[in-house]
Design a protein around this ligand. Structure first.
Ligand SMILES: [Fe+2]
Length: 294
């Protein structure tokens, strides 16, 4: 290319876009090519639309660098940005064909940890987490109502401060309020833990800065996270929200679905659903999950 040609390319913003698109047309994988070409078109349009300045671009690059520093096993700060911008829920909504009675999926959130400790059904997974005792039970079913024997259930949630184990020193304290369970032959599951509470988006990372500067909405309604896996079924990632939360209509990350609001019932004391005698107040939650075929 002549030096004259180069000047034209870099002086005209439309020519830059065309040059970039032309190069990425060579991408061999057809899906990756589709994604990259669309991404470049939209990002170039965005830069033009807001007349993004070099200083603003550099601030964004620095923010990404800082965001990376807040990531560790069990905490992905980038996911909080995706969640807070509605992108996580958009991908889920458009990707998940759902029969009317199947359990709705919702976002996975930033605190999923693989290799959670395995607990026996009916045992206490709180592992020292503080809060009001809570007993949760239900079944895992397919869309025909047939139990999914031995489904693998990951559950994780906050303590009564609204914190997750991964927000503390995981290496020293180990996981708490986090477990892997295996449903029984009738697809039943049960566990004890502590009642999750409403909590704000992590106050120590970078996503909170965006929310403070924009919507000011940074609360999540109290919930339990579940990931359920069973042979022949699509992996279900979802939450069960507490009906009593005052933040159900303003979730910072747009994850609430009416069908995912559960009845966390308060009991003053007495016999728990599993027969355990409770001398203090406790909560119980019954929820059946219905999975979609893979
Ligand atoms: Fe959560």
């Amino acid at each position: 290319m002549s030096s004259q040609g180069l000047e034209n390319v870099y002086d005209d913003s439309n020519l830059i876009t065309q040059e970039v698109l032309k190069r990425y047309e060579d991408t061999a994988d057809p899906r990756l090519r589709q994604i990259m070409l669309s991404f470049i078109r939209h990002m170039h349009s965005f830069v033009r639309d807001v007349k993004l300045t070099p200083d603003e671009w550099l601030a964004a690059m620095n923010l990404l660098e800082e965001t990376g520093k807040w990531c560790s096993p069990g905490r992905n700060e980038f996911i909080i940005f995706s969640d807070a911008l509605g992108i996580s829920m958009l991908t889920i909504t458009q990707d998940y064909p759902r029969p009317a009675h199947a359990t709705e999926p919702t976002l996975i959130g930033p605190f999923m940890l693989e290799n959670a400790p395995l607990f026996e059904l009916g045992t206490d997974i709180s592992a020292g987490a503080q809060g009001t005792p809570m007993f949760s039970q239900g079944r895992v079913l397919d869309v025909a109502g047939k139990p999914l024997a031995h489904a693998v259930i990951d559950v994780w949630h906050s303590d009564d401060r609204g914190l997750y184990d991964v927000q503390e020193d995981l290496a020293t304290k180990g996981p708490w309020a986090r477990a892997k369970l295996r449903a029984d032959a009738e697809g039943r599951y049960s566990f004890w833990s502590v009642l999750p509470v409403d909590y704000p988006v992590p106050q120590d990372g970078t996503a909170i800065h965006m929310l403070r500067a924009t919507t000011g909405r940074n609360w999540r309604p109290a919930h339990l996270h579940f990931r359920i896996q069973a042979p022949g079924q699509r992996t279900l990632v979802t939450h069960i929200f507490d009906r009593h939360s005052k933040h159900l209509d303003a979730d910072a990350v747009f994850g609430v679905r009416p069908s995912l609001i559960g009845d966390f019932k308060r009991h003053e004391s007495g016999q728990a659903p599993d027969g355990r005698a409770m001398s203090q107040p406790f909560y119980s939650l019954d929820y059946d999950f219905v999975m979609v075929p893979a």
